[in-house]
Design a protein around this ligand. Structure first.
Ligand code: G3P
Length: 478
């Protein structure tokens, strides 16, 4: 059974006593690429105990030492970029260059987090009592930030490394321990990343990585009494988790239906370039992908022509060849995307290209004249299919954006900065990009969704703060 990747607990690589494994299907070949351990609930219990006791001593480890270890892990992660990127290519069909970028970005995130943590956790507050009515200056209040305990980190398939470290690094610098449950597609990339933290020499039990079937250990993990905070990125599962989780802080980033509003005065070449980047990079499998274009009718023909010309130039094929469009993560995902395309076809959308699919590979598709009765006007394809809705006023665009149950990001293209800011204020989303496609990064920017797009705010500083709690000590003078 040597070809099943082991899980990581207590500073060691272990086989599950369940004797079972989970297969990871390569999206391109649609054959089993790797296998990981199917951990049991009993193993989850053990890991929670280990994480709890490791956290207690880690919280007493000096901040500068925690930062030093994180810097070390960041350097090792970058050294290992080639083998980790190879896993990303095989497990999630991420184009080869983007896979390397993900690992390097992750190393940078870990280092930045160490630096930011040293700064923000190195400071506390000092308050005096006589500012509040009825008090003399007899009480001095000291505040500092203390860790929450065990953080359960649940990243999605589309960034198994980056969206793991965006949870792990803030948790660790703040003195928490980690139980990581990687997605099945992406689990081996995540295990390699964990190996880098192992090599850096973190204490045993501080970082643990449990693999297995969501149906067996998913709820058990998220409802476990040993968990003090959940940081989750993914889809609808997050809504279910938020209903079941106990009285603990939740950080969640779920889906998005990011709108791209294009005004009449926009630089259409800039818009077209951003629609390609925002709508089609990693084949549209990003929460922050542009998922609907809302363009003023008077410039719609010109914009659609420009985008069509660029779509024709996208390379389509295997991630190993660094193609722009690669197979989507699973057959069920491809079937879902196809369902949206068929619905749009039946309801009369204009197909700018012919719909084409081979296995999990779907050719990029721009759908013009999409109307609100079509599913694709509202649902997230998480694939290389982009709807264009023609609008007759800015208000119509804002209204469509705000009628969505999602509210992650959005973007607006115009040369009129006053209009852009007014539209940004009117859009009910966590972020608005002016004259660029939506994106989470740079990774220290605050990143948040409203409505069904999430709870709380991320970005390095916000994540560190979220994974701590204020502790006060009051000195009472005689
Ligand atoms: O889909 C995950 C979300 O966090 C997107 O990140 O970097 O592609 O904007 P990014």
């Amino acid at each position: 059974d040597g070809d099943v990747y082991k899980y990581y607990a207590d500073g060691e690589w272990k086989k599950s006593s369940s004797g079972k494994s989970v297969s990871i299907i390569n999206p391109t070949t649609r054959k089993t690429q790797y296998k990981v351990q199917a951990c049991s609930q009993e193993e989850v219990n053990k890991v929670m105990d280990l994480a709890k006791s490791a956290q207690k001593s880690w919280a007493k480890t000096p901040l500068w030492k925690r930062a030093e270890l994180l810097h070390k892990a960041a350097a090792i992660l970058k050294e290992h970029k080639a083998p980790i990127a190879e896993c990303l290519v095989k497990e999630i069909a991420k184009p080869a260059k983007d896979a390397v970028t993900e690992v390097v970005r992750s190393g940078d995130l870990v280092s930045y987090c160490a630096e930011e943590g040293v700064r923000i956790l190195g400071e506390g507050k000092f308050l005096v009592s006589d500012s509040f009515p009825g008090n003399e200056r007899t009480k001095y209040c000291l505040t500092s930030k203390i860790p929450l305990g065990v953080i359960l980190a649940v990243p999605p398939f589309n960034y198994p490394v980056n969206l793991s470290v965006s949870k792990i690094a803030p948790a660790l610098i703040a003195g928490n321990s980690i139980v990581l449950k990687p997605p099945t597609q992406g689990a081996v990339s995540a295990l390699h990343m964990v190996h880098c933290f192992h090599l850096a020499g973190f204490p045993k039990g501080l970082i643990n990585c449990i693999t297995g079937k969501g149906s067996e250990i998913g709820d058990f993990l998220t409802m476990h009494p040993g968990v003090n905070c959940i940081s989750f990125t993914g889809g609808d599962t997050g809504i279910a988790i938020s209903k079941k989780a106990g009285m603990i802080p939740l950080q969640m980033e779920l889906g998005g239906k990011d709108a791209c509003i294009v005004l009449e005065d926009a630089d259409l070449d800039l818009v077209a370039a951003n629609i390609i980047k925002g709508g089609f990079s990693y084949s549209g499998q990003r929460c922050t992908a542009i998922k609907v274009v809302l363009v003023m009718e008077s410039v719609a023909d010109a914009l659609v022509e420009k985008v069509k010309a660029k779509v024709a130039k996208l390379s389509v094929g295997p991630p190993e060849n660094d193609c722009d469009i690669t197979p989507v993560v699973s057959e069920s995902s491809a079937n879902f995307i196809e369902g949206l395309v068929k619905d749009a076809k039946e309801k009369g959308a204009t197909f700018c290209q012919e719909y084409k699919r081979e296995g999990n590979l779907i050719w990029p598709l721009l759908l013009d004249n999409v109307r609100p009765d079509m599913r694709i006007a509202w649902e997230e394809p998480f694939g290389p299919v982009l709807p264009v809705i023609r609008i007759n006023s800015v208000e119509e665009g804002i209204h469509h954006c705000n009628a969505s149950n999602f509210g992650l990001q959005g973007c607006v293209f115009t040369k009129d900065v006053n209009k852009a800011i007014m539209i940004s204020d009117a859009m009910e989303t966590g972020s608005v990009q002016i004259n660029s496609a939506p994106a989470r990064g740079p990774d220290h920017f605050p990143f948040q969704g409203i409505k069904d797009s999430g709870i709380g705010s991320q970005g390095i500083t916000n994540s560190i703060n979220m994974m701590t709690k204020v502790k006060t000590t009051v000195i009472n003078l005689p």
